[in-house]
Ligand binder design. Structure first.
Ligand code: ATP
Ligand code: MG
Length: 393
């Protein structure tokens, strides 16, 4: 069918035609948002899961819901080696500038002045940010240079501004596992403080990232298990995958042959990214409605190649030979989390410490993560099978 009108959305963070199978999380977030708006206790959320399971699109859905309620929203993506504070400064600036379109008055001016003081210490490299009217920085506020003090103060001012206008503040950070330990600790302190006091502040935090987040956060501060509600974003049910495959074509008056759909569901193994890749291929291959069995069989072959090329091959090639050998030993161990001690034996070493540099490199390249201490696993679903298909090194 016409590729120009192809309704599928393979990619990173690309909003699908319909966000299937995540209703429970969306409802849970809405309850938290409304409770928080009413200054009732509501816990911040951490979305964790493997690559391509749909964390970013869900996070964006939450952001959308907060915006619909006219909340202030600070959203960003953490990157390796980049200072979160400087990105945060830029995002706060944008939000405070945009706030000027609907709000005015002393509270807004005051928060902008605190922001100026904050930005000068938090990110001196970018110079001053200016609003329509030039403002004096509110010296002595959120500008001590200690993020443990400045971050809660700055965000606290934003929450007051939001509260003053009858809404709240949502802070949403994607790829949270990339944030360095000290900044995470300041972030945790901030979130913790927002929940204290005579009544909770209208503030919510949502973080998304790899399954190692739970451990990383609790290593940064001790009370995170109580601070956050952890939501595991796992594979979708077969029914949800069926809906992800079928939904986008319905609007075009195109059906899927039931057997073709079953074959598609089996191929996807619950991964929404696979559903988007397969759907896209099936649309292109199919002659018209219904999308037939043989068209899907052909699309599955193409989609398999697309996934190999787009998801696995680039990652595999990013690894050195030593790292590839390490991954082969992981894949050979049967899939799922592997103990480092097992890999020591498999790779003919004496101690786990000898493998630490390779393991750390693979973590920083984003290929593996540590689900728990002394364990490693692949970040991408199906990577073990791909690795097994590679030539033995
Ligand atoms: N619930 C869903 N329904 C339909 N499609 C989805 C759903 N969730 C994700 N997708 C699709 O799956 C793909 C991956 O989504 P997304 O980028 O949000 O995953 P992710 O978990 O953030 O991955 P990464 O860890 O690589 O950042 C996208 O093509 C998106 O359109
Ligand atoms: Mg993502």
């Amino acid at each position: 069918m016409d590729p120009i009108s192809n309704p599928y959305t393979p990619g990173a963070g690309v909003r699908p035609y319909e966000l299937v199978g995540r209703g429970e999380f969306i409802d849970g977030f809405d309850v938290a948002l409304q409770r928080s708006g009413l200054r009732l206790a509501a816990r911040s959320k951490i979305l964790y899961g493997l690559r391509g399971v749909g964390k970013t699109v869900l996070l964006q859905e939450f952001v959308e819901h907060a915006r619909r309620r006219k909340w202030l929203v600070i959203e960003m993506e953490a990157r390796t080696g980049q200072s979160l504070m400087s990105v945060l400064v830029g995002q706060i600036f944008q939000e405070l500038r945009d706030a000027g379109r609907t709000w005015s008055g002393e509270t807004l001016t005051w928060v902008r002045r605190v922001f100026k003081a904050f930005s000068l210490t938090a990110d001196p490299s970018t110079g001053t940010y200016s609003f329509e009217v030039d403002l004096e920085p509110a010296s002595g506020h959120a500008d001590s240079g200690d993020p443990d003090r400045d971050l809660p103060e700055m965000l606290g001012e934003l929450v007051s501004l939001a509260g003053h206008h009858g809404v709240g503040l949502l802070l949403a950070i994607d790829e949270l596992q990339e944030v360095d330990g000290p900044t995470l600790s300041s972030l945790n302190t901030t979130i913790h403080r927002m929940g204290q006091g005579p009544e909770p502040s209208p503030f919510l935090f949502v973080g998304a990232g790899l399954p190692s987040l739970r451990r990383i956060l609790s290593e940064a501060t001790s009370y995170t298990e109580r601070l956050f509600e952890y939501w595991q974003i796992g594979p979708l049910s077969d029914d949800a995958i069926r809906a992800a495959l079928k939904g986008p074509t319905t609007a075009h008056g195109v059906r899927w042959d039931p057997e073709a759909l079953d074959a598609g569901v089996e191929f996807c193994r619950g991964y929404p990214y696979f559903a988007q890749v397969l759907g896209q291929r099936a649309w292109d291959v199919a002659e018209g409605t219904p999308i037939a069995r043989d068209a899907v069989a052909e699309a599955i072959r193409y989609a398999g190649r697309d996934i190999d090329a787009g998801l696995y091959a680039a990652r595999w090639q990013r690894a050195t030979r030593g790292e590839q050998r390490f991954m082969q030993a992981m894949a050979d161990s049967g899939g799922g989390p592997v103990l480092m001690s097992e890999l020591v034996t498999a790779l003919g070493r004496d101690r786990p410490a000898q493998l630490s540099p390779t393991r750390n490199q693979l973590i920083s390249k984003g290929l593996v993560y540590a689900p728990d201490r002394g364990e490693v696993d692949f970040t991408v679903p199906g990577m073990a099978e791909f690795v097994k298909r590679q030539e033995v090194l």
